[in-house]
Write a protein that binds this ligand. Sequence first.
Ligand code: GLN
Length: 488
Amino acid sequence: MQDLHFKTITELAALLESGELTSVQLMQAVIDRTAAVDEQVKAFLSYDADDALAQARASDERRAAGQALGPLDGIPVGIKDVLAVKDQSVRCASKMLENYVSPFDATCITKLRQAGAIIWGRLNMDEFAMGSSTENSAYQTTANPWNLETIPGGSSGGSAAAMAAGEAIATLGTDTGGSIRQPAALCGVVGMKPTYGLVSRYGLVAFASSLDQVGPFARTVEDAAIVLEAMLGKDLKDSTSIESLGETNYAAALKDKKGPWTLGVPQEFFGEGIDPEVKANIEQAVDWYRGQGCTIVDISLPHSDLAVPVYYIVATAEASSNLARFDGVRYSHRSEAAKDALTLFTKSRGEGFGDEVKRRIILGTYVLSSGYYDAYYKRAQKVRRLILGDFEKAFEQVDAILTPTSPTPAFKRGERTDDPLAMYLSDIYTISVNLAGLPAISVPSGFTESGLPIGLQVIGKAFGEAEMFAIAHAFEQGHDYYKTTPKL
Ligand code: GLN
């Protein structure tokens, strides 16, 4: 069977079900593919082929005994290095956690195991999920499979690149300000961020707790829906998790919900800074929906220009607090040069963290300090509420909002590493969604002239995942961009 590694979960589930394919054969094909291409792509920090094959064998045995667990049984799912998997290293691509091995599974991992998925490898990322290009990893930089000179996006760049290169059938990432959707767009795959609270954060190493969410990368919208369905739900180990207030039978919703929809297009997202090819592409996508009978409404999200500054206050404040636990005393890197208690902290943190993480901790500590708390942190929280208000108002009128996912296609490696502000603007269209806690998905919407993927973002109402998936699925079915794969 050819190119198993580029098939979808639905296609593979049918082959497994009919007995034409075993999970061991599938896993072996993915291992072979990874061995062949990962030297160029560098999506994986590590993987354990024997462990993956043992999980595949267990799946085949379940199936032979008539106890298959559903569409994910026997499907390899790659994992971002920020999610805890029992007995595997969880380094968050940081030297700080170089020797850390997790004694437990994150809840999303437990749930994927319960659905029969094979937990496959550790995927590269920006250190502690801070970045937009995966160049902040302390271990290696990942290449974009569509053009190895360019970045895959970030911070879940390994998860996106592995999908584009056929090194996994689905992957997990995390999204605090765009880290699933932006790399998905740049690598030409589907990436989805759930409503805040839908997926438990237990076992996700915290960056900014009020923004972080776990979500899937997949080839198709339906595949993303299948993975999300397996992971959601209230978890007693995460008090911010919640049972969805909406419909959660997503795969069925794709078939039932056919539109036509009322879709909002925010004018603020098409102004300064957008690449002309991206702009034209998204306008075409909007026209396609119009052609399908959807009503397109010009909307305004007037506080959009404040999203990036608000995010870099809220996210850094939370990060400075969350990352205080890496002190050299407990499970993190401990400096050999420490002479006393104080230098144990300072030297361990100084050696363990990379530049971007230090920049965020310093900024976050500053905005929380007693003299500046009111001026920055408190004010940012107020503006955050206004940003949510903009969305609430828009959703009185529309079923979903269409925007570009990223203002530009993948940029050259090294191009923005010396310019943090330029890097921060990579997430200008995704960040407000996290601040408002809403669900959003990036779906491939075509290519630039030089062959780089572009992504369309569909933003849904809180707990409106079912409708959001259906809207994105309609576009995907009308275009089939996912069937084009990079030449590696
Ligand atoms: N690029 C953004 C940042 O650097 C978002 C990161 C993320 O979503 N984890 O913070």
